[in-house]
Each structure stands twice: as C-alpha cells, then as structure tokens.
Ligand binder design. Sequence first.
Ligand SMILES: C[S@@+](CC[C@H](N)C(=O)[O-])C[C@H]1O[C@@H](n2cnc3c(N)ncnc32)[C@H](O)[C@@H]1O
Length: 205
Amino acid sequence: MPSFARDPGTATYYEQRAAEYDEWYESLGRFASRPRPGWDAEVDDLCRFVHALAPARTLDVACGSGFLTRHLRGFVVALDQSPSMVTLTQRRLPAGIAMRGDALDLPFADDSFERVFTGHFYGHLPPAERAVFLGEARRVANELVVVDTALRPGETAEQLQERILNDGSRHHVFKRFLSAEQLADEIGGQPVLAGDWFVAAAASR
Ligand SMILES: C[S@@+](CC[C@H](N)C(=O)[O-])C[C@H]1O[C@@H](n2cnc3c(N)ncnc32)[C@H](O)[C@@H]1O
C-alpha cells in the first residue's frame, strides 16, 4: 500500500493544488459539473459541526487551505506540510497560528493541546501511517476529532485515485471512504457526524 504522508508526490500534489483546493468544497471549476446531490447543504452542515465543537486549545493537523480551520473556536494552531496551504490558512486564522510541520512527527510537547482536529487526512493514510498519526495525536492532546469522507452506496471503500489539477497535471493518491461507525471504531471513539458526504468521530484517551 502506497505511503501518503511520507510520499514526496503527496507534497507536490497539495502544494500545486492549494490555490484551487476550495473548488472541491465550493463546487467550482471541475467540481461544478460533478453530480453531488446535497453536497452544498452538507458542506454548510459540516462547517456548523466544526463551529459547534466546544472552544478548546486545538491543533488542526493537515489543515489544508483552512476551509474548516476557520470554524474552530478557542486557541487554534494549524499545521500542514504545504507552504502554500499554510499561507492560505494563516489568512483565515487571524487569532491563531498556521505553521509548516509533519503530521507524523508533531513538533509539540506531550499534552500541548486539549484537542487534535483533522479533516480529510486520516482517510488517506495507509495502516502504518494511521498508527503513527493516532499515536502522535494522543500524545499531544486528550481529545481527537476526525472528519472524513463518507462511504456512499456503490462506492469502493479503498481507491488509488488519479487526481487531475487545473493545469492538467496528474497525481495519484490513496483514499478511503468510511462510515461514521468504522471511523469511530478505528480511532477508539464514538461517531459524532454521519452525513451522506461527511462523517466524523471523536475519541478521548
Ligand atoms: C485532503 S487535504 C485536507 C485539508 C483540510 N484538512 C480539509 O479538511 O479540507 C490533505 C492535507 O494533508 C496535508 N499533508 C499530507 N501529508 C502531510 C504530512 N505528513 N504532514 C502535514 N500535512 C500533510 C496536505 O498538504 C494537504 O493539505
């Protein structure tokens, strides 16, 4: 199974994708013509779900463009390996800090945060990287909230996907689709969001 978090191809892909990343959420560009019934309303629901999390000292791991990060309340630190993603997130996080860093080797002391939040990152990880990430998340915070992509009827749960960016470049990423129950089971917690497009689970040590 291919690496995700340690694959130089992943770093290249997301750095190149940063400026167009939100098109996925906002049904723009190549995503405008994709049949995604209920998507826009569920993106709004997901943002409300993130905003409804109790304010806490939060580390958002693999924050991407900060599309979800901006809805977190409390003192927020956002981390991503992509410099362009970090720049985009910092603009959306005037009272917090966005920084470069490795999700599998978090540059923080034990218990630096109350909560680790992560969106659409865990589901990309192959088993060995999953274990490292969960260990790191548990080390730096008591609580872990994971948002990911729902397993829809007829969808293949594990895929090696080809992704094409607006410049025509082609990239490959490993991607899993999860039920809220499976996600909760994997992180040792409870389902907290079970939508048609997005799921989330929360766990405490
Ligand atoms: C699918 S995006 C998710 C972005 C955002 N969290 C969201 O929910 O939309 C995955 C992100 O993981 C980041 N990433 C991949 N490997 C990483 C690593 N080892 N350390 C930190 N960030 C990483 C990428 O740069 C990218 O921004």
